[in-house]
Design a protein around this ligand. Structure first.
Ligand code: UGA
Length: 443
């Protein structure tokens, strides 16, 4: 099938490359001409395991191409995915300007049937607005004459892939959700995903949009729930990891997304929770449960900083080492990363921060002025009064902690992801603090 993807950011690029991988002819479009030139040279602007190899393979074979123009790129396509950004406005609403612009441009150059598919996370009813925008913006020759005007459909196909395992998630989805209003749209989308042999949930447009909102918000709720539990664990001497394990065996609950830590970040959960709260507000419902989810997430970072302050005493002029800056491992993405809030708070108190992240250094440079970015994990701990682990990159668990201890001024570790072996580190002589793990704290 001929497919165009408008927006070659994170979701668009992964979707485009993977659709080429399952046999379609795909053109990825973006208005950032410099990005398109880079992609045409095989340079992938983001770090995502497995993506670059596939991109190069299908670009070379001709099944995948890149274009800087919607008119040119979407011409041959029957299915046009919209995967442009929907950033948060100041009031938490999703800013849908880019989506509207894409709809308008597709409409102007449309001369045959197209199925427009929302991939970006958008508030319910966006589909209807896209449809209206297209109708109002078709080429002037079709104005006032319904006869001869190309037909089109609008559908929703929300994305559930996670950064860091996006290619794997795309190829093996738990489900594919398609929100359609016509049989033709359903048939086309079923055809797009047929090679995956996945469970397909077919529903109407508004319901598909809602499934995406509800799914991300529910996952964020799970995280905030366990984080709230972790706060009590700390006070009563219980171990949140064991609590999560014990809860997780219950099939109705499940162990996934019950990892306590310094809070969720990234380009999705914070923004999507905000957008769902706003959507509810506009529809006349006060979603206080979700507001609390947001509040617990913010408190989690603040309480981590308080713990550091309590154990380190004065932060002024102390040197703090940070391992991990990206919002999660296996990505270089720093958007709304917990590390940003934690580090800014420490700097505000006068601490000097030395940091290392396996992939996030490039992006960290602009976001973390004043932080000494170090060449590796050992350089980061040099002369440090304590070490914070903020992203659970595999390489940190296999670090040589004897070497780490030697390099540090004080052997104190705050593990913001409960990732390291706290007991082994305590036995080695480190003071180790996890999240909600009262029993391993030796003060
Ligand atoms: C999330 C969803 O998991 C995807 O299904 C969805 O497609 C995506 O948003 C999106 O809407 O585009 P992502 O943001 O890539 O994916 O990453 P997650 O693995 O969900 O992690 C989000 C944040 O939650 C990270 O900061 C992570 O450290 C944190 N987290 C996750 C926890 O603190 N505890 C957990 O148990 C799980």
């Amino acid at each position: 099938m001929e497919i165009a993807i408008v927006g070659s950011g994170y979701v668009g690029l992964v979707t485009g490359v993977c659709l080429a991988h399952i046999g379609h002819r795909v053109v990825c479009i973006d208005n950032d001409q410099a990005k398109i030139r880079q992609l045409q040279k095989g340079h992938v602007p983001i770090y995502e395991p497995g993506l670059e190899e596939l991109l190069k393979k299908y670009y070379k074979s001709g099944r995948l191409s890149f274009s800087g123009s919607i008119a040119e790129g979407a011409k041959k396509a029957t299915v046009v995915f919209i995967a442009v950004g929907t950033p948060s406005k100041k009031n938490g609403d999703a800013d849908l300007t880019y989506i509207e612009n894409v709809a308008r441009e597709v409409a102007r150059s449309m001369d045959s049937y197209k199925l427009l598919v929302e991939k970006s996370t958008v508030p319910a009813e966006t589909g209807k607005r896209i449809e209206r925008t297209i109708r109002l913006n078709m080429h002037p020759r079709f104005k006032n004459s319904k006869k001869g005007a190309p037909q089109f459909d609008v559908a929703s196909n929300p994305e559930f892939l996670r950064e860091g395992s996006a290619v794997e998630d795309f190829m093996n989805p738990d489900r594919v959700v398609i929100g359609v209003e016509t049989k033709r749209a359903e048939r086309l989308l079923r055809e797009v995903y047929a090679p995956l042999k996945a469970k397909i949930v077919v529903t109407n447009l508004a319901t598909a949009e809602m499934i995406k909102h509800a799914s991300n918000s529910f996952l964020a709720t799970k995280i905030s729930f366990i984080n709230a539990v972790s706060r009590i664990c700390d006070r009563v001497g219980a171990d949140v990891e064991k609590v999560a394990e014990g809860m997780g065996f219950d099939k109705r609950i499940g162990r996934a997304f019950l990892n306590a830590g310094v809070g969720y970040g990234g380009s999705c959960f914070p923004k999507d929770v905000d957008a769902f709260v706003r959507l509810a507000e506009k529809s006349g419902y006060d979603f206080h449960l979700l507001k609390s989810v947001r509040q617990v997430n913010a408190e989690q970072k603040a309480s981590f900083v308080r713990l550091i302050e309590d154990k380190i005493w004065n932060l002024k002029d102390k040197t703090i080492a940070v391992w991990g800056l990206a919002f999660k491992p296996d990505t270089d993405d720093m958007r709304s990363a917990a590390s940003l809030d934690v580090i800014h708070a420490l700097q505000h108190e006068g601490a000097a921060v030395r940091a290392y992240d396996p992939k996030g250094m490039e992006r960290a440079r602009n976001l973390l002025p004043g932080v000494k970015l170090c060449a590796d994990a050992y350089a980061a701990v040099k002369g440090a009064d304590c070490l914070l682990l903020l992203t659970e990159w595999k390489e940190f668990s296999s670090a040589d902690f004897k070497k780490v201890m030697k390099a540090m001024r004080q052997a104190i570790i705050f593990d913001g992801r409960n990732f390291l072996d706290g007991e082994a580190l305590s036995d080695m002589g480190f003071e180790y603090y996890g999240i909600g793990r009262g029993h391993v704290q030796k003060t």
